[in-house]
Ligand binder design. Structure first.
Ligand SMILES: O=C(O)c1cc(=O)[nH]c(=O)n1[C@@H]1O[C@H](COP(=O)(O)O)[C@@H](O)[C@H]1O
Length: 231
């Protein structure tokens, strides 16, 4: 069976747990995601540990955000690990995004538009002209123009972003919660089925899977539900 288009966020406090989660979910999902918590604690070794023998795609979510020269150096430093995807903040601007794209030619650069943890009322406070849908659309268009081939947005904006950027761009949505699951610190959320129906290519799901007593079974259940809902 083809693995589901899900990136499991391995936000674990230690490497053993992350590698165990990766092993359990890998038969069911296409991708595992390494974020700041693991990377800052263990560094580059974490990539080989979670990739394991399966060779699953690794998404390195470092959300780089700095001046172009610094982001170029950082992207070069991790490009040798061959992550399939690397995140940068779209708010870093077009020159920064382009610097990342040029520094990591074998990795897909994903620009994070507006964090899924931000609610409409937060945008004004950080000085971002809203509403969220409009800010995401603006950042998405700018990022693609700067060379990003993937975008991160919430499921709420995915259909508008798809209409804006067309079919060639990979749309990645965190803020995904199966029916009945707690949204926790996520503000703009939808179900996996809805996110996919609205045009997402890859769903980022962490705690609804990794917080389960059986992460393998939780991943398998979401994957099966997505298959059932396919048109
Ligand atoms: O870039 C990301 O992956 C990301 C962007 C965003 O806007 N919101 C967001 O939640 N994420 C990441 O997606 C994951 C979501 O995890 P859960 O909320 O546990 O499903 C975390 O690892 C976040 O760092």
């Amino acid at each position: 069976m083809t693995p589901a288009p899900i990136a499991v966020a391995l936000d674990a406090p230690d490497l053993e747990t992350a590698a165990r989660w990766a092993g359990l979910v890998t038969p069911h999902v296409s991708t595992v995601k390494v974020g700041l918590e693991l990377y800052l604690r263990y560094g580059p070794d974490v990539i080989a540990s979670v990739r394991g023998a399966s060779g699953v795609q690794v998404f390195l979510d470092l959300k780089l955000h700095d001046i172009p020269n610094t982001v170029s150096g950082a992207a070069k430093a991790v490009a040798r690990l061959r992550p399939a995807i690397l995140t940068v903040h779209a708010a870093g601007g077009p020159a920064m995004i382009r610097a990342a794209v040029e520094a990591a030619p074998h990795t897909q650069i994903a620009a994070v538009t507006v964090l899924t943890s931000l609610a409409e009322e937060d945008l004004g406070r950080i000085g971002l002209a809203g509403p969220a849908g409009e800010a995401v659309r603006r950042l998405a268009a700018m990022s693609v123009e700067a060379g990003a081939t993937a975008l991160v947005c919430s499921p709420h904006e995915v259909s508008a972003v798809r209409a804006e950027v067309g079919t060639g761009i990979t749309l990645i949505t965190p803020g995904v919660r199966p029916i009945g699951a707690d949204s926790q610190d996520q503000a703009r959320v939808a179900t996996p089925e809805q996110a996919l129906a609205d045009g997402a290519d890859l769903l980022v799901i962490g705690r609804p899977i990794t917080g389960s007593p059986d992460p393998g079974a939780a991943a398998a259940a979401i994957a099966a539900s997505l298959r059932r809902n396919q048109p």
